[in-house]
Design a binder for this molecule. Structure first.
Ligand SMILES: [Zn+2]
Length: 123
């Protein structure tokens, strides 16, 4: 079976090469279906709430920085957590606050973050 990519008309005649209506080169209908199936099966990125994003970044900061450490954080390194550079950039300050860190310098793609030294607990 053949299928016209332009008008979606199906042709049973496999020897036909061009659509009789618009002259578009016909595609194999089965392959077309397989492609459509593939597109349908692409998993959608689950929507993360701002709260989730902040938690993820805060966890990352806590695990990356020891008390008193400061480090250059490239936002792209958080893509492994499913976060885009834009998401990290947008929520970094809130995450830093949550992780007891301070953002010393920041651009759209990276930031220098310092974790506050461990506070001394008076006994
Ligand atoms: Zn057509």
């Amino acid at each position: 079976m053949k299928r016209c990519p332009t008008c979606s008309r199906l042709y049973d005649d496999d020897t036909l090469k061009f659509c009789l209506d618009d002259g578009t080169q016909l595609a194999d209908a089965r392959r077309y279906d397989a492609e459509a199936e593939t597109l349908r099966n692409v998993p959608k990125q689950p929507e993360m709430s701002s709260q989730d994003i902040i938690m993820e970044i805060a966890d990352h900061l806590r695990s990356t920085l020891g008390p008193g450490d400061h480090r250059l954080i490239r936002f792209e390194t958080l893509s492994g957590l499913g976060l885009t550079t834009a998401q990290v950039s947008e929520h970094l300050e809130a995450a830093a606050e949550k992780a007891d860190c301070e953002v010393l310098d920041k651009t759209d793609t990276r930031a220098i973050v310092q974790r506050n030294p461990a506070r001394l607990v008076r006994s």
